[in-house]
Design a protein around this ligand. Structure first.
Ligand code: SIN
Length: 537
């Protein structure tokens, strides 16, 4: 089959809120949005239950929102980014309303705000209770479909960013459905925006869609981009343990509405751990929940004291419960902590630029520095939209640069990479369970080294034949190296062998593809030498 070739001004990979916002703000530039599925489907944005944090309540202030974000980030956030993003929250809400997005309102027309962990005020602007993502995406998709500058390529998986000498030439992929190696889609373009979402799918338990396995990070890393903060994975305490993969979420807002966390003896194990009890920062709640599980306890969300309108306020959660045969007004809901959000990613500056000319990132794939070591709930849709606008504004300020004709050998080299795909379910499961066990909520030197050995074994045995698995292996290695280097506990990175938060780790670990081999060798050698010394002694 002949290649399909496109030459837009800008290509955006990903169709969550970050990608769609960028596309809308790029008009009249010709934009191509690439999505692996149908537009917006299987994106974390669509699944978002929480909403958008914005200081629109009467007793609230932007200052307080900034302070909460800074406090939650545990010393590692870039305050310039926080100020930039939080200051835009009201504008983002206004924009969305102008597109026809409906937010929940009280009778007097004010926002019916939700309360989530570590926010000192009710601040979550939401839609139909726990259906914010669906409603926001509905509004954005409608607007995108009515924009004549945007072409949408559905069911296309991107295999590589084509780049040479730190300059972008475009992307190359294929029609995802067909899996025919020669069915290539080539986008020649000097500006590539990655808005591919997160990587929860590399952990056995996650709220993320199956397609979120760090593909954007792998693409950027292979093109030579700098990654940062890869060790910071945020685990959400209340995944609903109904035996499903991905795990359905029970939004934190339910705890804001009076639900408790209890064990099988109905003991509220968060009492006394933090002044806010169940609404303590998410890292602390997830870690204490995990401790209960380690002690052999079962953990539950007790919604029995939450308002009678549970079904209307939390329709998504209510429908999961109904399918599982549980009634939140009567039954305790079994829960487990789940990989929910990746704080690290492709390093970007205040303009959304990566270390490669022409490569931009926004949304979860980007590490802008706003979240530090722990993300404040419902700050991420906000960050995605603010940076979507920033990236678009910056690209619009540049002259359109056409890519000169790409050398066919160059394209052939990229095509070679897409051959010989295999289904790799067994290895993918091995990787996911190893990452959850070894690099999950609590890590230590032994678990990190064990995780590394597992990944290297999977890499050897799978012989590089599955593109998805290759991406998962690559991204896992970066997380493992980050987790190894950070010899302290901070925010959502908890090491049982380095329990304290240390001043000399108020820094970020920047990593590149070219660092991988030497870092892995360093870890393996150090471990070998330590073991050898023990034996000799
Ligand atoms: C939630 O609804 O609990 C999740 C919100 C978020 O992760 O920002």
């Amino acid at each position: 089959m002949a290649d399909s070739i496109f030459r837009p001004d800008v290509v955006i990979v990903g169709s969550g809120v970050a990608g769609l916002t960028t596309a809308l703000n790029l008009a009249p530039r010709k934009v191509c949005i690439i999505t692996k599925s149908t537009l917006g489907v299987n994106t974390s944005s669509m699944w978002a239950q929480g909403g958008i944090a914005a200081a629109v309540g009467i007793n609230d202030s932007v200052k307080s929102h900034i302070e909460d974000t800074v406090a939650t980030a545990k010393g590692l956030a870039d305050e310039n980014v926080i100020v930039k993003v939080v200051n835009e929250a009201k504008n983002i809400i206004n924009d969305l309303e102008s597109f026809g997005v409906n937010f929940d309102k009280n009778d007097d027309g004010s926002f019916d705000l939700g309360l989530e962990a570590a926010h000192s005020n009710k601040r979550i602007v939401r839609s139909k209770g726990d259906s914010s993502g669906i409603e926001i995406m509905r509004g954005l998709i409608e607007k995108v479909l009515n924009s004549n500058n945007i072409t949408i390529l559905e069911n296309v998986s991107i295999d590589s960013i084509m780049s040479e000498n730190n300059t972008i030439h475009g992307v190359i992929g294929r029609l995802a459905q067909d899996n025919i190696p020669d069915n290539h889609v080539i986008i020649e373009c000097s500006n590539v925006v990655l808005a591919t979402g997160g990587l929860g799918g590399i952990f056995a338990n996650t709220t993320n869609p199956r397609s979120s396995y760090g593909e954007g990070i792998a693409l950027a890393a292979q093109a030579g981009a700098v990654l940062t903060d890869m060790e910071f994975i945020q685990f959400h305490p209340t995944g609903l343990d109904f035996g499903l993969d991905p795990t359905p979420l029970a939004t934190e807002a339910i705890r804001g509405d009076g639900a408790y966390l209890v064990n099988q003896n109905e003991e509220r194990f968060m009492l006394g751990v933090h002044p806010e009890n169940e609404l303590a920062p998410r890292d602390l709640v997830a870690q204490n929940l995990f401790k209960q599980i380690e002690q052999g306890n079962s953990v539950f969300l007790d919604c029995r004291k939450v308002s009678n309108e549970f079904e209307t306020k939390y329709p998504q959660v209510a429908s999961y419960c109904q399918a599982a045969g549980l009634d939140p007004k009567i039954d305790l809901l079994p829960i487990l902590p789940v990989a929910h959000y990746h704080i690290g990613g492709v390093k970007t500056d205040l303009e959304g630029k990566t270390s490669i000319e022409g490569l931009w990132c926004c949304g979860e794939v980007a590490a802008t520095g706003i979240h530090g070591a722990n993300r404040l709930a419902s700050n991420s849709l906000l960050e995605s939209m603010v940076f979507g606008r920033i990236v678009a504004k910056n690209i619009n300020s540049l002259p359109i640069k056409r890519v000169s004709k790409i050398n066919p050998d160059f394209i052939r080299m990229y095509k070679e990479k897409t051959k010989n795909r295999i289904r790799a379910k067994k290895y993918i499961w091995q990787l996911r369970s190893s990452m959850m066990r070894n690099i999950g909520i609590v890590r230590n030197h032994s678990s990190i080294v064990r995780g590394l050995h597992d990944i290297l074994k999977i890499e050897r045995e799978s012989k590089g034949l599955s593109a998805k698995l290759n991406d998962m292996i690559l991204v896992s290695k970066f997380i493992i190296i980050g987790a190894y280097l950070r010899k302290e506990s901070r925010g959502c990175h908890l090491r049982s062998d380095y329990k304290n938060t240390e001043d000399n780790f108020i820094l970020h670990f920047d990593l590149k593809f070219s660092d991988l081999d030497s870092k892995i060798t360093e870890i393996l050698n150090l471990t070998y030498n330590a073991n050898h010394k023990q034996v000799v002694n």
